[in-house]
Design a protein around this ligand. Structure first.
Ligand code: ADE
Length: 240
């Protein structure tokens, strides 16, 4: 999978994309991630990428020209059709189902906004999926791009140490993960649940499932009511 990230701050993202699971996946050739500086596509001598809003008001708005030129240039570098994503607090809230769907695409193009937002014609003309990582406002789309890329890349086959780990994680089945423990058996008076030391794999599996259900019920009951979730957010097919 190729992932292009169009940003005014590639220096925020490059170290992130070079570390940990994402960095390892790149090094292993599972994904190619390329950051492109939108300012390189500015056409005036000040290298402007934003301007004041028509109609007045505070802040600056990202201009169409440099963004369209950057998108068209980057898309011409690879024949695979890119799924365009624009990160914005106005987008559809990111879920694991959306992440799974994006992980099945051959190519993603992620646009990070800054300032007061994008000229609306960028949304109209480029028709991207608009995605928000939560109901709060960031200074720009870069932290959201880091979140999205991390969530997608770790699902690419071979990105995690063992294929099983992605399957049992929180949200993989609309359930939160059961609690985990490692050595020592007792720490500051807190003991590991006896059943995990029993060696009885059937009982351990049943305990974990019960823990997973109870946690989901108490912390995220909304996950149990799948019927209440919009159809667009439900997992249709794992790699669709
Ligand atoms: N840009 C600013 N805030 C954002 C958010 N919550 N999600 C995605 N992109 C953003």
């Amino acid at each position: 999978m190729r992932i292009d990230v169009l940003t005014l701050f590639p220096e925020m993202l490059e170290p992130f994309f070079s570390a940990s699971i994402v960095g390892r996946a790149r090094a292993a050739g599972l994904t190619e991630i390329v950051c492109t500086q939108i300012r390189d596509f500015a056409t005036d001598k000040h290298k402007s990428v934003d301007d004041t809003p028509f109609g007045g008001g505070p802040g600056m708005v990202m201009m169409c020209g440099p963004v369209f030129d950057a998108v068209e240039h980057v898309e011409s570098l690879d024949p695979r059709q890119a799924t365009r994503v624009l990160l914005s607090p106005q987008g559809e809230r990111l879920t694991q189902a959306t992440v799974e769907s994006l992980a099945g695409k051959p190519r993603l193009l992620i646009l990070c906004g800054h300032y007061e937002g994008f000229d609306e014609r960028i949304v109209e003309g480029l028709n991207p999926l608009e995605i928000s990582i939560g109901d709060y406002v960031l200074s720009g789309g870069e932290p959201a791009a880091a979140v999205l890329v991390d969530a997608v890349v770790r699902l690419l086959p071979g990105a995690l140490g063992s294929d099983e780990s992605a399957e049992t994680e929180s949200f993989a089945d609309d359930r939160l993960e059961y609690p985990q423990y490692t050595r020592p058996r007792e720490f500051r008076g807190m003991a590991v649940p006896e059943i995990l030391l029993s060696g009885d794999h059937g009982k351990i599996a049943a305990w974990r499932q019960a823990q997973s259900e109870a946690r989901t019920r108490s912390r995220r009951p909304d996950l149990l009511n799948k019927a209440e979730r919009p159809a667009s957010l439900r997992i249709q097919q794992r790699w669709a």
